[in-house]
Design a protein around this ligand. Structure first.
Ligand code: ASP
Length: 323
């Protein structure tokens, strides 16, 4: 029996067109992918909504929250078997992770996009969209958290990241790989998430900054975060989870002002851990009160801290939340 899929468009290259004279790719007045649902009826019963028509660098956590609320409200009004969201690829991993933390459904929520706009040679949008609908209609995709489908692969929101500026194979899950693949005949899922964390969220009032740590970085930049009145900071530290000595001083200023500091590694693979005891080493940072985020990228740790800090009515224990 055909499944009922809610298709939500948010914009991105999948909804854009190239101007062959100027070579510029941009959103046109009407979304070229909107209205495709008739031709997709072969795969599922589609209900289509255009939530936004934005390039994904224009998407903020406020749009992510609106999207989350739209999903909750729409699925209450008429039950769905799965949801597909089209999205720009630049920040797709962030929206996917935000929804992963803030929704709690058994049915699949699948994000997809395109690297080539709708009228370009080799446009991958409709292909990815059909695959996303097939995954969202699959019984095996239930209870897997929020998924990303691109280029014949299925990835978990938790791991996925954009790795190439232009390749259609841009999305990868470092360390763990995709959790499934799609062939002409089947949707094959070979891994399942061990744990899922759900946090209810009503509003986003707090602000979180993120900085990448580099050789010779000084502490003043961290102190400026204090003056700019951010409520929390994520640092992409060096290697196992270390920073230069001057940065450790800046971190101390933030912690003394009760600004939480979350540390991830700027390394592409592995997990940041408090190992080194020298000045600025992870062990010292942990003893100072820095919280290590286990196995997520800086941009995802930033969203997680933002969501954690915005639990104003029922504050979360950040240390427990991140581990
Ligand atoms: N810059 C585009 C966006 O994220 C890229 C894409 O969609 O692939 O909106």
């Amino acid at each position: 029996m055909k499944k009922n899929i809610l298709l939500i468009h948010t914009g991105g290259t999948i909804s854009m067109q190239i101007n062959n004279e100027t070579g510029s790719v941009s959103p046109s007045d009407s979304n070229p992918i909107l209205g495709l649902s008739k031709s997709l009826e072969k795969y599922a019963n589609i209900t289509e909504i255009e939530a936004f028509h934005l390039p994904s660098p224009h998407i903020t956590p406020n749009e992510m929250l609106q999207l989350r609320n739209l999903i909750v409200e729409s699925s209450k009004k008429s039950p769905v078997d799965g949801i597909v969201i089209t999205h720009g690829t630049d920040t797709l991993e962030e929206t996917a992770y935000f929804l992963d933390l803030t929704t709690n459904f058994n049915f699949p929520i699948v994000l997809t996009g395109a690297m080539r706009s709708s009228n370009e040679l080799g446009a991958d949008g409709v292909y990815n969209l059909v695959e996303a609908i097939r995954v969202a209609s699959s019984e095996d995709a239930r209870n897997k958290g929020v998924l990303v489908v691109m280029n014949d692969e299925i990835h978990q929101a938790f791991n996925i990241t954009k790795t190439s500026t232009s390749s259609v194979n841009t999305f990868q899950s470092p360390q763990y790989g995709p959790i499934g693949l799609i062939t002409k005949k089947m949707v094959h899922i070979h891994q399942t998430p061990v744990t899922r964390r759900y946090v209810d969220i009503q509003s986003l009032e707090k602000r979180v900054a993120m900085l990448k740590v580099y050789a010779g970085m000084e502490g003043d930049i961290l102190e400026s975060i204090l003056h700019l009145k951010y409520d929390g900071v994520v640092l992409e530290g060096l290697g196992q989870g270390n920073v230069p000595p001057q940065v450790a001083e800046g971190i101390k200023c933030l912690l003394d002002a009760n600004i939480p500091v979350i540390l991830v590694s700027r390394c592409f693979n592995g997990i940041a851990e408090p190992v080194y005891g020298y000045v600025g080493g992870g062990k010292m940072l942990e003893d100072m009160g820095v919280i290590f985020a286990t196995g997520i990228s800086g941009q995802k740790a930033r969203l997680k801290l933002l969501i954690g800090l915005n639990q104003v009515h029922k504050p979360v224990d950040l240390k427990e939340f991140f581990n």
